[in-house]
Design a protein around this ligand. Structure first.
Ligand code: ZN
Length: 180
């Protein structure tokens, strides 16, 4: 086990046509690519981690309450993974790890770093949504923690096309990530 595929926020609310905070068709278009990468990493004996946003409705203490409509609320279908990616998690639930996160970064308030350190994994590959929000913040934390970073260009999407392009440039030019 040398590297980990981090599947970020590929949930119903962020991807489905009627999701609460959806990336729309651009998000749905990367479903098959991500599912293929999950299969590839599992078959290669690498780690796959799903990191899914978790919120409590109208949480007065959470900064996102003022910024976004309610999404990924605990106990709602909006928190479930979407499409083929959901199917892959169901098939490989014993071979992968699923984490709840409450901030943009997959490292914020989770034990992701410990899980990777325990397995001597120093390289992370990022897929999911949104390129310029949760993928970006995860990449910044991975950079600060010293990980080698790969981002699959065909495996990330955003509702904000300008933000998506900016983030890809930032991954490469500022975080030293490999854009694959
Ligand atoms: Zn959120």
């Amino acid at each position: 086990m040398k590297k980990a595929l981090i599947v970020i926020d590929y949930t119903y609310d962020f991807v489905a046509p009627d999701g609460k905070l959806t990336c729309g068709e651009l998000g749905q278009a990367i479903d098959s690519f991500i599912a293929g990468k999950i299969e590839e990493y599992i078959q290669a004996g690498e780690l796959v981690v799903f990191t899914n946003d978790l919120h409590i409705e109208n949480d007065p203490y959470h900064p996102e309450t003022k910024l976004f409509p309610p999404h990924n609320i605990a106990g709602t279908p909006g928190r479930e993974l979407y499409g083929k990616v959901k199917g892959m998690q169901e098939i490989y639930h014993l071979a992968s790890i699923t984490l709840d996160k409450t901030r943009y970064s997959s490292f914020a308030g989770t034990n992701l770093h410990q899980l990777l350190q325990e397995r001597h994994i120093h390289e992370v590959s990022l897929v999911g949504v949104c390129t310029d929000i949760c993928v970006l913040h995860t990449a910044v934390d991975a950079y600060n923690l010293g990980y080698t970073i790969n981002v699959y260009e065909q495996g990330v999407a955003s509702f904000n096309t300008a933000g998506h392009i900016w983030a890809l440039n930032h991954f490469k030019g500022t975080l030293g990530a490999n854009i694959l």
